[in-house]
Design a protein around this ligand. Structure first.
Ligand code: 9MG
Length: 441
């Protein structure tokens, strides 16, 4: 499988601030925003034809900065961006027309390498790969998806609520209906208590509620369909009757999902990414529901015994891609799918941290990301060994960090009011744009 992953930390929105400070016209800003940023893609899984193609690209310096590489377009020139028009004449691709190619170690890591260049150089590479008679469409698609990683996924409508990805970080409130929930001690096990808790979370600002009747804590064992249904259905019905906050149901079972969707749930949150029950995707598709597909290694009963990865991000990407394929195969539209890296699900302490830091790499899949860190064990360890009930501050630290890094579209939390406050701060800082009169639009 050929994969292209962005390894750039550059934010295009920061460039736009500079353009505004320079007084460039809006159209020029748009063009420059697409052409100027330096992109680096880590490629893996290449075969011999792709390697040969990349090796044969007209050699360019490793820091592609030549004028040939980036002829300013007519649009920029017309907008009076201050760039000379004479260089806008099209030329045959030559050195600098394509990204620079740095192959990986041919013995130790065959099929790997780094492409460095500007978006338009990558576009040229995609076009050339598509036209190549050796059949390089997998390379073209991988690079094209990586380039689109900064694009905001289409909005999602659940019931009466609309989720505009990129506008802010949304909050999913946890409503556990299990006797052994690790983080709330099973306090909301009874239906009435769970409904009251869900309504309180809605009141506190939850954008959706996640109702779960089977524990997914490490070491937990599955419960029967009957037991799970008896727990979740009355809670879904009770919540639907009293709030318009969309309801997600955390289940891995088609039989539970079917009844949950009939009772009024909008989204199925499957912590196995449609890998546990082959009938589940079709139930979601037939109901026109949305789904969250999470990565897990192993099962909740075994997952923390010895998690191991060759390349954590790549393995998670491959798993999620397979999950998306299972969803699309039965007709679930892409815009009704959320993805989740599964923090704590078959991951060590270090795996969790690394994934949180590299969440943006999952954006190559082009779907919104939901992430759950709330009260999890790695936070307790970071906070000096605190138990679940004392991990609020650590949870807020994780939530705010994700928002600041732009890594999550939805966070799954127990403490909704506190998370909303933390996110209000982090989201506002991340989106702040008023640098004074000279930045005016
Ligand atoms: C049910 N559940 C527990 N933790 C979770 C997480 O991190 N993500 C999702 N989607 N579900 C979770």
């Amino acid at each position: 499988m050929i994969r292209a992953r962005p390894v750039t930390a550059e934010h295009p929105e920061d460039l736009v601030l500079a353009f505004r400070r320079m007084g460039l016209a809006p159209d020029a800003q748009t063009v420059l925003r697409e052409t100027l940023p330096l992109v680096r893609l880590l490629l893996t899984g290449l075969g011999r034809p792709e390697e040969a193609f990349l090796r044969a690209l007209p050699a360019a310096p490793l820091a592609p900065a030549s004028d040939d590489a980036c002829p300013p377009t007519e649009a920029v020139a017309e907008q009076g961006a201050g760039l000379p028009t004479s260089r806008a004449t099209p030329r045959a691709p030559g050195p600098g027309a394509y990204p620079s190619w740095l192959p990986g170690d041919a013995q130790a890591r065959p099929g790997t390498g780094l492409l460095t260049g500007r978006a338009e150089q990558f576009q040229r590479l995609v076009t050339a790969a598509r036209a190549d008679s050796r059949g390089l469409s997998a390379l073209a698609s991988a690079v094209a998806s990586a380039l689109a990683a900064g694009t905001v996924p289409p909005a999602l409508v659940l019931g009466r609520r609309r989720f505009e990805w990129g506008a802010r970080t949304y909050v999913m409130g946890v409503v556990n209906v299990t006797p052994d929930s690790f983080s709330d001690g099973g306090r909301y096990f009874g239906a009435e208590a769970a409904i009251a808790h869900g309504l309180a979370l809605a009141e506190a600002g939850a954008d959706m509620l996640d109702v779960g009747g089977e524990s997914t804590r490490p070491g937990s064992l599955p419960v029967s369909v009957e037991a799970e249904l008896a727990r979740v259905v009355p809670v879904i019905e009770g919540l639907r009757a009293r709030t318009d906050v969309p309801i997600s149901v955390d289940t891995t079972k088609a039989a539970v999902a079917r009844e949950a969707l009939k009772a009024g749930a909008h989204l199925i949150n499957d912590v196995t990414g449609f890998s546990a029950d082959a009938a589940l995707p079709r139930v979601v598709a037939e109901a026109g529901a949305a789904c969250c597909l999470m990565h897990i290694q192993g099962t909740p009963a075994t997952m923390q015994q010895a998690p191991r990865y060759d390349d954590l991000v790549e393995d998670v990407l491959a798993f999620l891609e397979a999950a998306i394929a299972r969803a699309e195969a039965v007709g679930i539209p892409r815009q009704r799918i959320l993805l989740d890296p599964g923090i704590g699900f078959g991951k060590t302490f270090d795996h969790n941290l690394f994934l949180l830091r590299r969440l943006n790499e999952l954006r190559v899949l082009g779907l919104p990301l939901l992430v759950g860190t709330s009260r999890k064990g790695f936070l307790g360890r970071l906070a000096g060994g605190k138990p679940a009930a004392e991990r609020l501050a650590a949870t807020l630290g994780s939530v705010a960090s994700m928002a600041a890094l732009g890594g999550a579209d939805v966070v799954r939390v127990h403490d909704v009011a506190e998370a909303r406050d933390a996110l209000a701060v982090a989201d506002a800082i991340r989106r702040s744009e008023d640098g004074g009169a000279l930045y005016g639009r």
